[in-house]
Design a protein around this ligand. Sequence first.
Ligand SMILES: C[S@@+](CC[C@H](N)C(=O)[O-])C[C@H]1O[C@@H](n2cnc3c(N)ncnc32)[C@H](O)[C@@H]1O
Length: 253
Amino acid sequence: MKKDVSNTIGKSENEARLAILELAHMMSVPMSLIAVLNLKVPEAIMQDGSNTPLSAAQILARIRPHGGADAENLQRLLRLLTSYDIFDEHLSCSGQRKYSLTHIGKSLADDDQGLSYAYYMLQHHEDALMRAWPLVGEAVEDPSVEPFVKANGVSAIEYHTKKPDDNVMPSIYKSFAGMCVPFMMEMLQVYDGFKGVETLVDVGGNSGITLRMIMDNYPNVRKGINFDLPDMVARAPNIPGIYVYLYSRSFSF
Ligand SMILES: C[S@@+](CC[C@H](N)C(=O)[O-])C[C@H]1O[C@@H](n2cnc3c(N)ncnc32)[C@H](O)[C@@H]1O
């Protein structure tokens, strides 16, 4: 007997169409997220520390108090990001939409050290990297020059370490610190493997901030060595007890 597969085919074709549509528009997600991060929307919602739901117009009143910005367009971004679990949407009986931050969204608002996951997200979508992505297919045809170098003339590490940056903490440090500090805080609560260690080497220690956190928790670690590239450690903050070790041969993570 011939098996009726029409429903199955229809279902999988529909799923395929939806999947392709989602993939075709995928760029809207990181681009919308970058837009709300640049607008400092997470900080605006957390401004009074309460994460109280706010309408797009109320958010704009906090970030653009002199007016002139478009609440309707901000709401479009917020609605899109609500479907990716960055915001929670609260719909009132009158049809007004308000937004608060989800658990994921809260990780994008600055903490009391001025750190958050936002800096990693921003650094991974900055212009230099965005110039390299369209060239990624060329790396298949000709792998001799990596896309970032082709687009920007220098390697990613060189670009980031040589970039003029008058911040107290250059963006490449803030990007990694924003990701690593919360992780290390949790790790230090459960891992006690640093007991008895006197000298600790952090390979690829970046700004040295996680090494400092370990040394603050374990006074037995008297000497820390931040083993990183010369340009990276050259701009790293000077931390008592932490020495830098320069290594320039390339390796990948
Ligand atoms: C993902 S970051 C590490 C983040 C850091 N562990 C923290 O806790 O914040 C990778 C680091 O590896 C470093 N790195 C890359 N190539 C290296 C090399 N050849 N020698 C030493 N460090 C290198 C980079 O400069 C960068 O600081």
